[in-house]
Design a protein around this ligand. Structure first.
Ligand SMILES: NC(=O)c1ccc[n+]([C@@H]2O[C@H](COP(=O)([O-])OP(=O)(O)OC[C@H]3O[C@@H](n4cnc5c(N)ncnc54)[C@H](O)[C@@H]3O)[C@@H](O)[C@H]2O)c1
Length: 255
C-alpha cells in the first residue's frame, strides 16, 4: 500500500474529533482519500482540522452531527451532499464507556451504553448502507473493543454492548455481501486516548502498570497503532475480507 492507496475514495468518519477518529482522518487524507469528519463536538472538530497539514485540507470536510439526533437522516444527507457527495468507506469510531462492578452497574448507564454504542451505530449503518447498495460497493468498519470478545472486570455493560455491535456487524456482512459491501470490526486493546483510558489510568496508575505488564507487546496502544489495519480494511486490498473481528491489541487477548 502506498500514498495513493485511497485516492478516489470518499470516507465518512464518525467520531472524527476523537483521538482514534482524528488520527484515522489524517492518515486517510495522507493516503489520498477525501474525508468527511463527523462528530457532535464542534469545537474539537475544528481544532482537529486546523492541526492537519495544509496540503490535505482541500480534501478534508467536517460536519457537526450527533448520531442520536432525531433528524439524523436528513442532517446526514445534507452533510454528505454538501461535501463528499458519496460514501465509499464508513468508519464508526464513536463510543461511550462506563465502568462499574457488575452488582453496582446502574440501569440508566446501561441504557446510555446501549444507545451510544449499538443503537445509533446500527442506525448510521442502515442509512449509509442504503447509499452504498445503490452504488454496489462499500466498506464499513465498526469499532468494538477487545472487551467485546472477552470479559473485562468492571466493564459488564461495555462488554455487552461491544459484543452486540460485533453480532449485528456480522449479520450486516452476510446481508450486504451481494451488494459488494464489506463489513468488518476493529477491536482495539486499551489505547492512550481521553476519556476512554487516560483519565481512568491517571486515577489508577496501578491498573495501567498491570495492563502494560500483562500485554505481550509490553505497553498499551497509541491511536496510530491501529492505522495500518484501518487503511487495509478501507482499501481494495481487503475486498475478500468481510464479517471479521480483528483485534489490534498488542497481543493482550492472547493471555
Ligand atoms: N481508547 C481505547 O482504549 C479504546 C479501546 C477499545 C475500544 N475503543 C473504541 O474505539 C472507538 C474510538 O475511541 P477513542 O478512544 O478514539 O474515543 P474518543 O472519546 O477520543 O472519541 C470518541 C468521539 O466520538 C464522539 N461521539 C460520541 N458520541 C457521539 C454521537 N452520539 N454523535 C457524534 N459523535 C459522538 C465524541 O465527541 C468523540 O469525539 C470507540 O468506539 C471506543 O469504544 C477505544
Amino acid at each position: 500500500m502506498n500514498k495513493n492507496t485511497l485516492t478516489g475514495k470518499k470516507a465518512l468518519i464518525f467520531g472524527g474529533a476523537g483521538r482514534i477518529g482524528s488520527a484515522t482522518g489524517k492518515y486517510f487524507l495522507e493516503h489520498g482519500a477525501e474525508v468527511l469528519l463527523a462528530d457532535r463536538d464542534n469545537l474539537t472538530l475544528s481544532n482537529v482540522k486546523n492541526n492537519y497539514p495544509s496540503y490535505v485540507l482541500p480534501r478534508c470536510f467536517t460536519a457537526t452531527l450527533d448520531t442520536q439526533s432525531e433528524q439524523l437522516e436528513t442532517e446526514l444527507k445534507v452533510a454528505i451532499s454538501n461535501t463528499i457527495k458519496e460514501v465509499d468507506v464508513l468508519i464508526n469510531c464513536m463510543g461511550y464507556i462506563y465502568r462499574a462492578p457488575f452488582l453496582e452497574h446502574s440501569m440508566d448507564e446501561l441504557d446510555i451504553l446501549w444507545n451510544a454504542n449499538v443503537k445509533t451505530i446500527f442506525r448510521v449503518c442502515q442509512l449509509i448502507s442504503k447509499l452504498m447498495m445503490e452504488r454496489e460497493k462499500g466498506k464499513i468498519i465498526n469499532f468494538s473493543s477487545v472487551g467485546g470478545t472477552r470479559p473485562e472486570q468492571n466493564h459488564s455493560g461495555y462488554c455487552a454492548v461491544k459484543s452486540a455491535l460485533i453480532a449485528f456487524s456480522k449479520v450486516m456482512a452476510v446481508e450486504l455481501a451481494p451488494y459488494n459491501i464489506q463489513v468488518n470490526v476493529v477491536g482495539p486493546g486499551p489505547t492512550e486516548t481521553t476519556p476512554f483510558t487516560s483519565d481512568y489510568y491517571f486515577k489508577h496508575p496501578q491498573i495501567l502498570k498491570a495492563l502494560e505488564e500483562k500485554t505481550p507487546m509490553g505497553r498499551i496502544g497509541h491511536p496510530e497503532d491501529h492505522l495500518g489495519l484501518l487503511l487495509f480494511l478501507a482499501s481494495d486490498q481487503s475486498n475478500w475480507v468481510t464479517g471479521q473481528v480483528i483485534l489490534s491489541d498488542g497481543g493482550l487477548s492472547l493471555v
